[in-house]
Design a protein around this ligand. Structure first.
Ligand SMILES: *[C@@H]1O[C@H](CO)[C@@H](O)[C@H](O)[C@H]1NC(C)=O
Ligand SMILES: *[C@@H]1O[C@H](CO)[C@@H](O)[C@H](O)[C@H]1NC(C)=O
Ligand SMILES: *[C@@H]1O[C@H](CO)[C@@H](O)[C@H](O)[C@H]1NC(C)=O
Ligand SMILES: *[C@@H]1O[C@H](CO)[C@@H](O)[C@H](O)[C@H]1NC(C)=O
Ligand SMILES: *[C@@H]1O[C@H](CO)[C@@H](O)[C@H](O)[C@H]1NC(C)=O
Length: 391
């Protein structure tokens, strides 16, 4: 106290010298960092952040030391404007934390900051593909894109190809073997879900086709759904329309902001009949789903209409999740060209007789996600079209 008085009185009494100003600023800086460290200490696992202003560099030289622990991942993943955990070096006033189950406000000089504190990652996102020269760029972009959403999202590839497994795990993907196939080699969907559910802890699990890219809107949407769901006990299926982008280039696809702007510029919203990702809640009863395979027609619409029949909550997230389909020469209807193309349909007709596929279009989901100024909320769709009748 007396030291401070001395400094202050000397400050007032004489003309200030550079040394004194520096002396005075050290305790202030110390208190400033201490407050931040104390708040950050309480965060134990997962968080994500992004710059509020895209022209700003967030990696500053503010060394907050080893007190920021994100226990499972220590790396720093970033793509231009989106950062998912975790650096010891960051400038807090320029970042925004996504909002998880619990969050805190940290007041900073310039920006409001929201912090997430999720015990588990948000989503285990898995896919599968066969190595192919034609599709190398597509799969490479997918691999970079999904990795950039770590560690809130765990990217998993199912493959029995040794070289692909090695390449992916070197990049940071998790790799699991394909347990079961049917229809001339197509992986059976349910076993992949059951395998990832056994292997990884997360709040959601999803299959997505290997040519689909996402942005941080996926993270935002799922965070906000989770927050709403603290008392929701049922099963949830989240699907949505995709946006086709022809001949996506490496530079367009390798940053989340570039991806967002290219899809605004040259993206085309695809039909409501196509579903390329299926996000389900952790408790979803995959064990009761028949042995339908991916990459062959009919399984996607059936999954949605089955969820509706079973009275699960089906959410159409087309408005809040950007799912970019990398359209190449092979076009938009690849599932139809393989062998065993009717496998799913035959299986489903045998089991259920009537399969009104149109009732499984995205616009038949009873709920939709909408974004207002602050958050993403879930609202009930007022009226379903005639083709949505379950019969
Ligand atoms: C965060 O701060 C804003 C005002 O800056 C306030 O309106 C909001 O309610 C706060 N949120 C929480 C969870 O405290
Ligand atoms: C594949 O992705 C890596 C990043 O993971 C990149 O360094 C490499 O250049 C890409 N290769 C091709 C052929 O696009
Ligand atoms: C893939 O490998 C696993 C063992 O690692 C084996 O059990 C499984 O049958 C293989 N799948 C296919 C489709 O060959
Ligand atoms: C994409 O590339 C193919 C050739 O590789 C070309 O035929 C097609 O016109 C291109 N599409 C667009 C939209 O540029
Ligand atoms: C939460 O979800 C329910 C549907 O399960 C919905 O009716 C309600 O409006 C949602 N609330 C918010 C804030 O999104």
């Amino acid at each position: 106290m007396s030291l401070l008085k001395k400094i202050l009185s000397s400050q007032v009494g004489r003309s200030c010298s550079l040394t004194k100003i520096l002396l005075l600023s050290y305790p202030c800086l110390f208190v400033y960092f201490f407050l931040h460290i104390e708040t950050l200490k309480k965060l134990d696992t997962y968080a994500a952040y992004r710059t509020l202003r895209r022209d700003k560099t967030v990696i500053g030289d503010t060394n907050l030391g080893p007190t920021i622990h994100f226990s499972r991942e220590t790396e720093m993943f970033h793509m231009n404007d989106f950062f998912a955990i975790t650096s010891k070096k960051l400038t807090i006033s320029t970042i925004r934390f996504f909002d998880g189950i619990r969050f805190k406000n940290i007041s900073t000089p310039k920006e409001k900051t929201i912090i997430t504190n999720l015990k588990n990652p948000l989503l285990t996102l898995f896919t599968t593909w066969l190595e192919s020269k034609d599709k190398y760029t597509v799969h490479n972009l997918t691999s970079v894109n999904w990795l950039s959403l770590r560690p809130l999202i765990i990217p998993v590839v199912f493959t029995n190809e040794t070289s692909l497994a090695e390449e992916c795990s070197q990049k940071g993907w998790r790799v699991l073997p394909v347990r079961a196939t049917a229809a001339q080699g197509a992986p059976v969907l349910k076993y992949m879900y059951l395998d990832v559910m056994k292997r990884f802890d997360s709040n959601f699990y999803a299959f997505a086709n290997s040519d689909i890219l996402f942005t941080d809107k996926l993270v935002e949407t799922l965070s906000d759904i989770l927050k709403n769901d603290s008392s929701f006990k049922g099963h949830t299926l989240i699907i949505g329309k995709r946006t086709n982008v022809d001949n996506l280039t490496k530079s367009e696809g390798s940053s989340l902001s570039a991806l967002e702007s290219v899809s605004k510029k040259r993206g085309k919203s695809f039909g409501t009949y196509a579903e390329d990702y299926f996000i389900t809640s952790a408790s979803y009863p995959w064990k009761d789903i028949p042995d339908i395979v991916i990459g062959r027609r009919a399984y996607d619409n059936w999954l949605v209409l089955n969820a509706r029949r079973m009275k699960h909550r089906v959410l159409d997230a087309s408005e809040t999740i950007l799912a970019v389909h990398q359209t190449t020469k092979a076009g938009n209807f690849e599932g139809w060209k393989h062998q065993g193309t009717n496998y799913n349909h035959k299986l489903l007709v045998k089991l259920y007789k009537k399969v009104p596929y149109t009732a499984g279009y995205t616009d038949c989901a009873e709920f939709v996600t909408r974004k207002d100024k602050i958050k993403i909320s879930i609202t009930r769709r007022l009226k379903l079209a005639k083709h949505c009748n379950l019969l």
